[in-house]
Design a protein around this ligand. Structure first.
Ligand code: SF4
Ligand code: SF4
Length: 440
C-alpha cells in the first residue's frame, strides 16, 4: 500500500513503525473472511482491511480520532485472527495498538463510555479492588436488566451479568513466596500471579504450582509483581501499561539476578501475549529496552514449558475434551498443537470445535464494552463447542473460561488443571463427581 507521510510525521517513531506496517498491506482482503466482526456485522469498516484504511487516513492526515474511527476500532477484538491469515505479514497488532493510543490522546469519549472505561482501568488490574467490586456486584445484580435497556449504561449491566455469584477462597498460590521442588531440582521458574485470575480462579495457578513442583521445578511467585498491563494496553492507556511493564521487568530480573530463572510461566494466554511483547512496548525507553526484551524471551505459556519436561503417556481416561484455543494463544503466541498434544498424552480424547479461529467474544474488557457483538460470538462459539459433544472444555485463558462458562452447562477448565489431575494431582473441583452424568 502506498503511503504519504511527511518527513516530519515519520520523525515520530510510532508513526514510522505504523508506516512500515501499512506499506505491507496489499489490500487483498483475505483477512476479512476470518475476522469475527466482519463475519458478524458484514461491514467492510468492521474488517481488518477497512480498519487499516481508517487508521491510515487518520494518521496520514494527522487528524484527531473521530466518532467513526472510534466506533470501528472499538469493535475490533484484537483477536489477531487477521494476523494469522494475512499472506503479506501485516503486523496489525502493533498498528491497532498505535491507533488506540492515538484515540486515547485525541478523542473525548461520551461521559458514560469514559466512566465505564475508567472504572475498568481502575479496578480490574488490582485483585483487592476487583474482589471488592465483585462482592458489591451482588447488590447491583437486580438492576442489570434495567441498565442494559439504556445503550450508554449497557457496559454496567454487562459487568453485573459477568460477575460470578460466589467467589472462590484465595489460595497460597496467590501469595508471594517460593514453592520448592519435590525431590531433586531440575528447574526454577517464576509464575505470573496476575490480577483477575487469582480472584476468579485461584485453582489455575495452584494446579500449575502443584504440577511443576511435583515434576521437580521450583516455582517462585515474586513479591512486588503487578498486573501485566494488558487490560489498559488494549484501551490505549499506554502510560499505565508501560508503568506496569517496567515494574514487572524489575521484579523478574531481580529474581534472575538473585537465583536464576529458566522461564516466567504465564497461565493466561492474554497476559502471555502482552509480556512477550514487552520488548516491543518498551523499545523506545533506553533504560528498559534491553531488559524488557530479556523478560519477553523468558516468558512462556505454561504448556510451552511443560512440553520441555517430557511428560509420560497416561492411560485413557474415557473423557472427551473440546479444546478451545484462545485467540491470544493461537494467533497472539502461535501456540496451536502443544496444549492438545499434552492433553492427549495425559489420556484425554481431544476434539477441535468448528470455526476454532473465531474469537469467543471475551477479549479482555470487550464483553463488557461491546456486549452485543460479544454475545453473538459467544453463542456461535458455544454452539460449535457443544456440537463436538464433549464431557468438558479446556482452554488456556481466564477470559475465555469466564465468557464460555456463562453460555453452557458443560464444565470448562484450564488445560493445566487437567494436566495436574492426570499426573497425580487433585481431581478439579469444577468437574462433577465421577459417578455423575456429564451435561449433554
Ligand atoms: S484483530 Fe480480530 S477483530 Fe480486529 S480486525 Fe483483526 S480479525 Fe478483526
Ligand atoms: S490479508 Fe493482509 S495484505 Fe491482505 S488486506 Fe488483509 S492485512 Fe492487507
Amino acid at each position: 500500500m502506498q503511503t504519504n507521510f511527511t518527513a516530519g510525521q515519520l520523525a515520530d517513531p510510532h508513526v514510522a513503525t505504523s508506516e512500515k506496517i501499512l506499506r505491507k498491506c496489499v489490500h487483498c482482503g483475505f483477512c476479512t473472511a476470518t475476522c469475527p466482526t466482519y463475519v458478524t456485522l458484514g461491514n467492510e469498516l468492521d474488517s481488518p482491511r477497512g480498519r487499516i484504511y481508517l487508521i491510515k487516513d487518520m494518521l496520514e492526515n494527522g487528524r484527531p480520532a473521530d466518532a467513526e474511527v472510534v466506533t470501528h476500532i472499538d469493535r475490533c477484538l484484537s483477536c489477531l485472527s487477521c494476523v494469522t491469515t494475512c499472506p503479506s505479514g501485516v503486523d496489525y497488532m502493533h498498528l491497532v495498538d498505535h491507533a488506540r493510543m492515538h484515540i486515547e490522546a485525541t478523542y473525548r469519549r461520551p461521559f458514560w463510555n469514559r466512566l465505564a472505561r475508567s472504572v475498568l482501568a481502575a479496578v480490574l488490574p488490582h485483585p483487592g479492588r476487583f474482589r471488592l467490586a465483585l462482592r458489591a456486584a451482588n447488590l447491583g445484580r437486580p438492576f442489570a436488566g434495567l441498565l442494559k435497556r439504556f445503550k450508554p449504561l449497557e457496559p454496567f449491566g454487562a459487568m453485573l451479568d459477568l460477575a460470578p455469584r460466589r467467589l472462590p477462597r484465595a489460595t497460597d498460590s496467590a501469595r508471594a513466596g517460593t514453592h520448592p521442588a519435590a525431590g531433586p531440582r531440575r528447574g526454577r521458574v517464576a509464575i505470573l500471579s496476575g490480577c483477575a485470575q487469582p480472584v476468579l480462579k485461584p485453582e489455575i495457578n495452584a494446579a500449575t504450582i502443584r504440577l511443576l513442583t511435583r515434576l521437580g521445578v521450583e516455582v517462585v511467585a515474586p513479591a512486588g509483581e503487578v498486573c501485566c498491563g494488558s487490560l489498559v494496553h488494549h484501551m490505549g492507556r499506554e502510560a499505565q501499561a508501560l508503568e506496569a511493564a517496567r515494574r514487572n521487568v524489575d521484579v523478574w530480573l531481580g529474581e534472575v539476578e538473585k537465583s536464576g530463572l529458566d522461564a516466567i510461566i504465564v497461565t493466561a494466554s492474554g497476559c502471555g501475549t502482552t509480556i512477550k511483547d514487552y520488548g516491543f512496548m518498551l523499545r523506545l525507553d533506553p533504560a528498559y529496552a534491553e531488559k524488557a526484551a530479556r523478560v519477553s524471551a523468558l516468558a512462556k505459556d505454561v504448556t510451552e514449558y511443560l512440553a520441555t519436561l517430557d511428560l509420560p503417556q497416561q492411560a485413557a481416561r474415557g473423557l472427551t475434551v473440546a479444546y478451545h484455543s484462545a485467540c491470544s494463544m493461537q494467533h497472539g503466541q502461535k501456540i496451536t498443537m502443544l496444549p492438545k498434544t499434552l492433553l492427549k498424552t495425559a489420556g484425554f480424547a481431544v476434539r477441535d470445535p468448528a470455526e476454532g479461529h473465531l474469537c469467543c467474544g471475551s477479549a479482555g474488557t470487550y464483553n463488557i464494552l461491546q456486549p452485543e457483538i460479544s454475545g453473538k460470538l459467544k453463542a456461535r462459539k458455544v454452539k460449535n463447542i457443544e456440537a463436538t459433544k464433549p464431557d468438558l472444555i479446556a482452554t488456556g485463558n481466564i477470559g475465555c473460561i469466564t465468557q464460555i462458562a456463562t453460555g453452557t452447562a458443560i464444565p470448562i477448565l484450564h488445560t493445566v488443571e487437567l494436566l495436574d489431575w492426570a499426573y497425580g494431582g487433585e481431581r478439579p473441583a469444577a468437574l462433577p463427581a465421577p459417578d455423575t452424568k456429564m451435561p449433554a
